[in-house]
Design a protein around this ligand. Structure first.
Ligand code: ATP
Ligand code: MG
Length: 183
């Protein structure tokens, strides 16, 4: 299971449709300050179900929508599509038939986010679970923010355990148990 393609439309500085093919091996993103490198990583985090605006360097989730410039007007919505290559069949159960999994998240001003997996409308939770079961996701330790290393070093043992659980791929189970206990 690997990320194959990332498409952005109206997301932060990516006002025009942008299609990125992610090749096998190591990918580097280079460019001058402010060209959108961090925005790209935030798009990945966002499509995996990130719901904290602060993790997207915003005060509200609608801040991810292209806000306009002196020459271009603001957009009313933003959309990110992630295509996962599942030919190795390593995606969680339920996707055993699919060579590719398309995940779409769209946010519209005043209407919040909507998600689709392979064209079917789903809840944010379904997308978060897919990634949690695959030992990754918006809070994955594979996504290292600036300042996060020192946070890890200074973290309380309980919080550090949470990071290890995320990496071990069992946080999806905890989430399900928590929901079962609430019912
Ligand atoms: P650095 O090398 O300094 O880390 P970077 O390549 O990571 O830079 P980003 O932080 O990804 O750059 O991009 C910042 C740019 O994105 C800024 O010019 C900012 O104005 C623009 N930007 C962020 N959010 C929006 C938005 N909602 N609408 C329009 N532009 C936005
Ligand atoms: Mg940056």
């Amino acid at each position: 299971m690997r990320f194959d393609r990332l498409k952005l439309n109206g997301f932060k500085s990516f006002v025009d449709p942008t299609d990125l093919v992610i090749r096998e091996g190591l990918t580097g993103v280079v460019g001058p300050n402010g060209c959108g490198k961090s925005n790209l990583l935030e798009a990945l985090r966002w499509i995996m179900g990130e719901n904290r605006p602060t993790a997207m360097r915003g005060s509200g989730m609608e801040d991810v929508i292209f806000a306009g410039t002196s020459r271009r007007s603001a957009r009313g919505h933003a959309e990110v599509t992630l295509t996962i290559d599942n030919r190795d069949r390593l995606a969680p159960a339920g996707f055993n038939e699919d060579d590719h999994i398309d995940i779409v998240r769209r946010i519209t001003r005043d209407a919040g986010s909507a998600y689709k997996i392979n064209g079917k409308e789903v809840r944010a939770r379904d997308v978060q679970m897919l990634f949690a079961d695959a030992s990754t996701g918006a809070h994955s330790p594979a996504l290292v923010r600036q300042g996060q290393i020192s946070e890890l070093i200074n973290a309380k043992p309980q919080n550090r355990r949470r990071i290890l659980e995320e990496a071990a791929g069992i946080s999806g189970l905890y989430q399900r148990r928590h929901e079962a206990e609430l019912k």
